[in-house]
Ligand binder design. Structure first.
Ligand code: SAH
Length: 347
């Protein structure tokens, strides 16, 4: 798919043509301009040539059918992965990639092993959502509804705050009532803790959800798991989040992947609970009431092992006792390597 020349191709057409074209692509989800029946034959042919809508993708469906992982080939031949998760309550969530590869090199994540290749354009981010919207539109109408993507999370390959402008550009189209029309509160950005990004988002006025990949309750362990922690320490990240909360009054989600014998001990749970206590500084008081913890089962990528059921229960007991707000995330798509941290291409 390539929409780069869309405006140019339509430049001698009446103004409303561009709006119509966007409606075909972002609302009706056509996959060939021949379906744009209100356009002349010449225009359709020109658009097919200069702004092709075809998406080259290979897809894998999980055994129970609730998730689909797709590998999309981009214009320059590079590949990215994206996944659709169909929840029982009818939500359809797409987890999108925002970079090819990732420069962060977190020890537990498969994407990091690829290194960083390049940022995605806003169109390449949208392409992932379009792919699944096309799929849902044509799907069987028997079981789940609605038949469109309702939620988008930036939790695929890459670090969204290192591609801030394109990510925000894509979010504006996802949220646009004349395009994807996805509620802004159903869109989430997950970051490993790039402070400038957190600050920029706080000032953007956008009501998008923010998630922070935490994964360790202290600097020593976090730096071992996530090299970025050496640049932005835990306390600095939390302070930026506190400021974000005071400014936006929005809840912030912290993600914590439970890794056997690494960050799943009782001591880690206690230390983690400590981070959820409110700061003593009068200005930041109360901010951490809006902290929310998301416990994630580790998906094997080679190096580490997942914590046992038992250990996870013990860990949760400590959090419960400390009255921490938390949930354990439902695990989608493990059998198709479409779960968190399992996205990798080019191997
Ligand atoms: N770079 C961003 C977004 C991509 S990761 C970030 O760091 O937040 C999306 C989520 O999946 C993060 O919380 C990440 O830490 C988590 N994740 C990475 N590897 C994982 C693994 N092997 N098992 C479970 N979750 C993992």
């Amino acid at each position: 798919m390539d929409l780069e020349n869309l405006e140019e191709v339509l430049q001698n057409e009446p103004k409303y043509r561009l709006k119509e074209a966007r409606d075909f692509v972002f609302v009706k989800f056509i996959d060939n301009w021949n379906q744009a029946t209100s356009f002349s034959k010449e225009l359709r042919e020109r658009l097919n040539k200069e702004c092709p809508l075809y998406i080259e993708a290979q897809s894998l469906v999980s055994k129970n059918g609730d998730s689909i992982k797709s590998k999309i080939k981009l214009k320059d031949g590079l590949e990215i992965e994206t996944v659709l998760m169909r929840h029982e309550d009818g939500r359809n969530t797409v987890c999108v990639s925002c970079q090819v590869g990732c420069p962060m090199n977190c020890a537990f994540c498969a994407t990091g092993t690829m290194g960083f290749i390049r940022n995605l354009t806003a169109d390449e981010i949208l392409e992932q959502v379009i792919l699944f919207n096309r799929y849902l539109k044509n799907g069987e109408r028997s079981d789940r509804s609605p038949f469109r993507v309702t939620n988008v999370t930036f939790m695929g390959m890459g670090e969204p705050f290192l591609n801030y402008d394109n990510v925000l550009k894509a979010i504006k189209v996802l949220n646009d009532a004349n395009a994807f029309n996805i509620s802004i509160r159903n869109i989430s950005i997950s970051t490993c803790g790039i402070i400038e990004g957190v600050e920029k988002l706080a000032n953007s006025g956008l009501q998008v959800n923010l998630a922070i990949s935490l994964h360790a309750p202290n600097n020593e362990l976090r730096s071992k798991l996530m090299p970025i922690n050496k640049r932005y320490s835990l306390d600095e990240v939390l302070k930026a989040v506190d400021n974000y909360i005071l400014k936006t009054k929005r809840k912030v989600m912290f993600e914590y992947v439970l890794i056997k014998d690494i960050n799943d001990t009782d001591d880690c749970a206690k230390e983690l609970a400590g981070l959820f206590r409110n700061p003593t500084s009068p200005r930041l008081r109360g901010a951490r009431k809006l902290y929310f913890l998301n416990l994630i089962e580790y998906n094997t990528t080679g190096k580490f092992q997942a914590s046992s059921r038992n250990r996870i229960e013990e860990f949760k007991k400590i959090l419960k006792k400390a009255k921490i707000n938390f949930v354990q995330r439902y695990k989608f798509g493990q059998d198709i390597k479409g779960a968190c941290g399992q996205f990798v291409t080019g191997k």
